[in-house]
Each structure stands twice: as structure tokens, then as C-alpha cells.
Design a protein around this ligand. Structure first.
Ligand code: SAM
Length: 219
């Protein structure tokens, strides 16, 4: 694993200040970004890109999300230390490690088996104890539901019903929903057994959420 040097910590501090300037306010989220060595989620040749506020390819046609997007979605989740959190789209494992700075109970599911294997090995080497699964996250993780917070890190065509059902009452789902070119971030709160409130936020551009309750629904 790549060492975390004084130089890397300096670049992380600069990234945190950049995110603060861009509007991230939650100090716990900023501290989490400051604590997770993002360069450890990059292949050696690409490490100079790790502390730019940009998404970056991770292979298999997928990306590690832009730090601003990670901070923005994490801030919206409003994680408390006792929360059980589900992430859909483990990817590189970076967002998962940011979540682990805020609660010990993080479940994350990845559809692509190559990324899943690589990231499971990485998080084991980094000693980050997330509960990792390989499969169709658009269906959630019913065996471990309900969740206090659910974060989707790929763009969905509609709100996946299984995820709504797996939210605890009072729980929050943060998910980008739209077409192939852009998605609006939604914050959905389960107010009661069958009532949900919904808030529409900023526009983003994510890779597609695959699977039965994602873009693969019509297959
Ligand atoms: N959170 C990731 C990180 O920190 O690196 C970035 C995720 S990337 C933008 C989106 C990920 O969602 C990809 O790794 C993709 O394979 C995964 N994905 C797409 N559809 C999925 C599904 N139905 N279930 C689980 N993962 C899915």
C-alpha cells in the first residue's frame, strides 16, 4: 500500500479547503475527507491526480467520484455514529472509507465482480472493516435491512422501490435520478411506513446504475 506522507497530508488539507470554498459546511464530513488518503485508491502511475477535485477512471468503464460529490452526498446523509449505512456502487472503495470515518456500520455493494475483488483486497490491506457484497445493489441488501441511510453512487432512471422499502422510518436515501446525460440529486426521507418526502437538489453526471431496478430494468 502506498505510504501516506507529509506531502499527501498537505495536499489533503488543500483539498478540504477547496471543498469548504465550494460550499461543504459539515466539519465532520470535511474531517473525514481530510482523514482518508485518496491516493491509496489510485494505481501508482495516476497518483498525481488523487488530490484534484475531479472524478477519475478506475477501470471497467467506472470512476472514483469527484471529492466534491463524495462530500456533498455524505453531507446530505447526515450520518450519526450509531447509523447503519448502505452504499450502492462500491467502486474504488473511497466513498465507503469516508463513510467509515462517520459510523462503524457500513455495508457496500458492487455489481462489477472485477472491481469488487480488487476493492475487497484494497480495503482489507487498509484495514477498513466495511461489509462488502458483490451483486445488484439496485435491489438493496434485504438480509441486512433496514438502513438508517442509503447512498447511491450511480445514476438511476427512477427511484428504486427496493431501496425505499429498506429505509428505516426516519431514514434518508440520497440518490441521483435522471437520464443518461445528467441526474438530479434527490434526498428522500421515509416519514412513515408508506409516506416519503422528497427534495430535489443539484444536477450531477454519474455513470449509470445497472441492474433490475436501475437501467437494466427493461432487459
Ligand atoms: N463510490 C465509488 C467510489 O468511491 O469509488 C464510485 C462509484 S462509481 C461512480 C459507480 C459504481 O457503481 C461503479 O463501480 C459501478 O460498477 C457500480 N454500479 C452500477 N450499478 C450497480 C448496481 N446495480 N449495484 C451495485 N453497483 C453498481
Amino acid at each position: 500500500m502506498h505510504a501516506d506522507t507529509y506531502r499527501h497530508r498537505g495536499m489533503r488539507r488543500a483539498l478540504v479547503e477547496e471543498l469548504r470554498r465550494k460550499g461543504i459546511r459539515d466539519e465532520r464530513v470535511l474531517a473525514a475527507i481530510g482523514a482518508v488518503p485518496r491516493h491509496q485508491f489510485f494505481a501508482s502511475a495516476f497518483q498525481p491526480h488523487a488530490y484534484h477535485d475531479k472524478a477519475f477512471p478506475i477501470g471497467e468503464g467506472q470512476t472514483i467520484s469527484q471529492p466534491y460529490t463524495v462530500a456533498y452526498q455524505t453531507e446530505l446523509l447526515g450520518i450519526r455514529p450509531q447509523d447503519q449505512v448502505l452504499e450502492i456502487g462500491t467502486g474504488s472503495g473511497y466513498q465507503c472509507c469516508v463513510l467509515l470515518e462517520l459510523t462503524a456500520q457500513v455495508f457496500s455493494i458492487e455489481y462489477n465482480p472485477v472491481l469488487f475483488e480488487r476493492t475487497a483486497r484494497r480495503l482489507a490491506a487498509l484495514q477498513r472493516p466495511a461489509h462488502l457484497f458483490c451483486g445488484d445493489g439496485s435491489l438493496g441488501l434485504p438480509a441486512h435491512a433496514p438502513f438508517d441511510k442509503i447512498i447511491v453512487t450511480a445514476g438511476a432512471p427512477t427511484l428504486p422501490r427496493p431501496l425505499l422499502r429498506q429505509l428505516r422510518i426516519g431514514g434518508t436515501l440520497i440518490i441521483p435520478v435522471g437520464d443518461e446525460t445528467s441526474q438530479r440529486m434527490l434526498r428522500v426521507v421515509r416519514e412513515s411506513e408508506d409516506a416519503f418526502s422528497r427534495q430535489e437538489l443539484e444536477e450531477f453526471r454519474f455513470v449509470p446504475l445497472l441492474g433490475k431496478a436501475g437501467w437494466g430494468g427493461g432487459e
